[in-house]
Design a binder for this molecule. Structure first.
Ligand SMILES: [Zn+2]
Length: 201
């Protein structure tokens, strides 16, 4: 299992509504020190926010890269860095939808059911430009899809019906005071109110 870099700095998380969250991000072409620092900072930010995945545009950077540290259906954790991800989803009779809860670190405090295939495979390259493939079930399948969506400028609200999207935004608004604008650089308020939430990504 590849080790994630652990020497990064925590950055503020960019929210839905910022332009960089809603357009196709640029492919990674330079695998030098700047990218390595970005990836380390993304890992630190994901951990500070107690998330299971984080894409570069969630720290305001217009690049197709995400990090994850996420359990599969059997509770086993998988971690990795994926630049320029390409998603492979089951089709036909192999395609089964998982109706689990989904939440996004860029819309903190709000969760809703979001149907997605229960298995996903992603291919790309790591922060050194070496080919990588990750696949999995459960929350990991959801996370690989959610993060690849981010690199394409899509958020999971885009996948919901109007009714569920409205409800999601109302919930986010309710909890907005708990998340300072530079969260997770500044900690959240009233953490005890969020203890039972599923992990966000
Ligand atoms: Zn997200």
């Amino acid at each position: 299992m590849p080790k994630l870099p652990e020497n990064g700095s925590v950055l503020p998380i960019t929210r839905w509504g910022e332009d960089v969250m809603h357009r196709l991000n640029r492919p990674v072409t330079d695998f030098g020190d700047d990218l390595h620092k970005l990836v380390a900072d993304m890992v630190a930010t994901m951990r500070a926010a107690e998330g299971v995945g984080l894409a570069a545009n969630q720290v305001g950077v217009d690049l197709q890269v995400f990090v994850f540290d996420c359990p599969d259906k059997d509770g086993q954790y998988h971690q990795g860095v994926v630049c320029n991800p390409s998603l492979d989803l089951p089709e036909g009779k192999d395609r089964r939808l998982d109706e689990g809860d989904e939440g996004c670190l860029s819309l903190p405090g709000a969760f809703t059911k979001c149907a997605r295939p229960d298995f996903a495979k992603v291919t790309g390259v790591d922060e050194h430009g070496n080919p990588v493939t990750y696949e999995g079930t459960g929350l990991l399948a959801r996370c690989l899809q959610h993060e690849t969506d981010h690199t394409q400028g899509m958020v999971f609200g885009d996948r919901l019906s109007r009714k569920y999207r409205k409800r999601l935004y109302a919930e986010a608004e309710e909890f907005a005071p708990d998340y300072p604008t530079d969260w997770p650089v500044s900690p959240m308020n009233n953490p005890e109110d969020h203890e039972n939430e599923p992990p966000a990504e």
